[in-house]
Design a protein around this ligand. Sequence first.
Ligand SMILES: *[C@@H]1O[C@H](CO)[C@@H](O)[C@H](O)[C@H]1NC(C)=O
Ligand SMILES: *[C@@H]1O[C@H](CO)[C@@H](O)[C@H](O)[C@H]1NC(C)=O
Ligand SMILES: *[C@@H]1O[C@H](CO)[C@@H](O)[C@H](O)[C@H]1NC(C)=O
Ligand SMILES: *[C@@H]1O[C@H](CO)[C@@H](O)[C@H](O)[C@H]1NC(C)=O
Ligand SMILES: *[C@@H]1O[C@H](CO)[C@@H](O)[C@H](O)[C@H]1NC(C)=O
Ligand SMILES: *[C@@H]1O[C@H](CO)[C@@H](O)[C@H](O)[C@H]1NC(C)=O
Ligand SMILES: *[C@@H]1O[C@H](CO)[C@@H](O)[C@H](O)[C@H]1NC(C)=O
Ligand SMILES: *[C@@H]1O[C@H](CO)[C@@H](O)[C@H](O)[C@H]1NC(C)=O
Ligand SMILES: *[C@@H]1O[C@H](CO)[C@@H](O)[C@H](O)[C@H]1NC(C)=O
Length: 431
Amino acid sequence: MDTSFRVSSSIIYFFLFLSLSNTAVFSTSVVVEAYDPYDPTSNITVKWDVLSWTSDGYVGVVTITNNQIYRTVQKPGWKLGWTWAGREVVWSMVGAQAIDQGNCSRFKGNIPHSCLKTPTMVDLMPGTPFNQQVKDCCKGGTLSTRYQDVHNSMASFQISVGNAGTSNTTVRMPKKFTFVAGHDKYTCRPAKTVPSTRFITSDGRRMTRAFMTWKVVCTHSRAKEANKHPACCVSFSGFGQHKKANCPTCACGCRNKTCNSSRRGLSFVPSKIKCTDHMCPVNINWQMMKPKEKGVGWAVNVSITNFNYRMNYSDWTLLVNHPSINKLTETLPKCPTYQARPFKLLNLAPASTVEMVEIIWGAKNKTDVITATGRKGSTVSWIMHLYKNKYKNDTATLSCEKDWRTPREVFFNGDRCVVSSLLPLASARIH
Ligand SMILES: *[C@@H]1O[C@H](CO)[C@@H](O)[C@H](O)[C@H]1NC(C)=O
Ligand SMILES: *[C@@H]1O[C@H](CO)[C@@H](O)[C@H](O)[C@H]1NC(C)=O
Ligand SMILES: *[C@@H]1O[C@H](CO)[C@@H](O)[C@H](O)[C@H]1NC(C)=O
Ligand SMILES: *[C@@H]1O[C@H](CO)[C@@H](O)[C@H](O)[C@H]1NC(C)=O
Ligand SMILES: *[C@@H]1O[C@H](CO)[C@@H](O)[C@H](O)[C@H]1NC(C)=O
Ligand SMILES: *[C@@H]1O[C@H](CO)[C@@H](O)[C@H](O)[C@H]1NC(C)=O
Ligand SMILES: *[C@@H]1O[C@H](CO)[C@@H](O)[C@H](O)[C@H]1NC(C)=O
Ligand SMILES: *[C@@H]1O[C@H](CO)[C@@H](O)[C@H](O)[C@H]1NC(C)=O
Ligand SMILES: *[C@@H]1O[C@H](CO)[C@@H](O)[C@H](O)[C@H]1NC(C)=O
């Protein structure tokens, strides 16, 4: 743990250095172990409660909780898999389903829901009939973070397992859990027996206990990000520049033959994202504005544009590491166009001045969906006020040297964005 911490701290420092020195056009993605300096204890847990014994096994409830701070589970949703310890089968499920029934030909009469040795479960879709639902199920596999919304960060399903032990000494935990969330892969540790879960009845007057409880902890594995193109970029527009700035050319990849319409022919495969100079699927523009109130700091018009042709982002999150972010939340009660919560970072490198980051997400029915490009509304935007913080008495011009106006690091849906160092024009003073 110690070594991994030190490595990651130096990475933060490295990025700070990059942004402060203004030398690099963008920071390349550095991939080490799965340790996430912004969310060191981040995990997704799977809790498996054995609730009652049956003639050949048990009925259990499996609960998945997204304990991450800024990584939501997007469409097409989570997939949870495991390998049975013996010859267990799934008789039935409520609130989720196995994607493959497997070979159940050895059964006559009652046919199990799944006979696979290594089944994979997925959530049911919204609108599932009431009698096939359990609490927290049926969200099409999407999960908010626990930080945004406790209720929507959980998924659960009921499972009736046969050919299993029928007592707490004969029943065996499944092994080799796997968790996939959309395009993100997770690494799961072996299941462990933990103290039995206690359940309180809905009237709050009675408590029951699971017979046994197993817990699995899965962490996001970033290994796959190594060769990936960046998924987003951040550009800055200065005061008085009413146009959105562009990200640097080739920030997320270069135009290639998928953009060359003169090659149209049978073998032409058009680009999945809109052809731009930066080729970023998502562009975040950070436009400086003068605040209405004098002396409070400055305002910024943040707009997120989706250049994907086939991707609607719903329930997106933005993590912003900005030096003056700790005061940002003060404006929130008056701000119906977005939601945000500051997050205090733990264990940062001594040299770092970063203490807080802001996690921002869309307001329901207003900015929470960024639809695919090609139709109206592929951009969402909102105004944030940034207060002067440790530079409280700084009345100097908002000149280019002051890196504190612009974010150091930005993550969209957990992906690190290329942060342009092309700073806005120095054209305004705070009066
Ligand atoms: C999982 O996340 C929770 C919430 O952040 C944390 O309390 C817990 O310690 C984490 N577990 C592990 C094994 O990292
Ligand atoms: C299913 O399993 C039975 C034995 O239980 C076997 O005879 C049969 O070939 C299997 N079918 C398939 C399609 O694998
Ligand atoms: C099994 O249940 C018995 C009685 O309910 C209890 O004493 C024992 O500790 C349990 N064993 C395990 C492994 O949970
Ligand atoms: C073309 O560019 C896109 C976007 O950067 C990339 O995903 C794709 O792999 C490239 N295709 C080729 C053939 O280079
Ligand atoms: C587009 O394709 C045409 C025909 O293959 C080729 O002549 C031209 O150079 C290509 N342009 C670019 C920008 O790749
Ligand atoms: C903020 O930016 C968006 C997108 O560029 C633009 O449509 C909107 O008018 C801007 N808002 C203000 C108040 O300038
Ligand atoms: C995106 O959302 C729009 C409007 O809700 C819908 O018509 C479209 O099919 C969606 N596209 C994708 C790729 O999900
Ligand atoms: C969002 O819209 C849906 C359907 O239009 C509505 O049922 C829901 O109450 C709205 N939510 C909020 C927070 O306004
Ligand atoms: C402003 O802050 C600087 C240190 O950042 C300090 O040296 C200076 O005296 C302060 N000026 C006023 C007017 O408080």
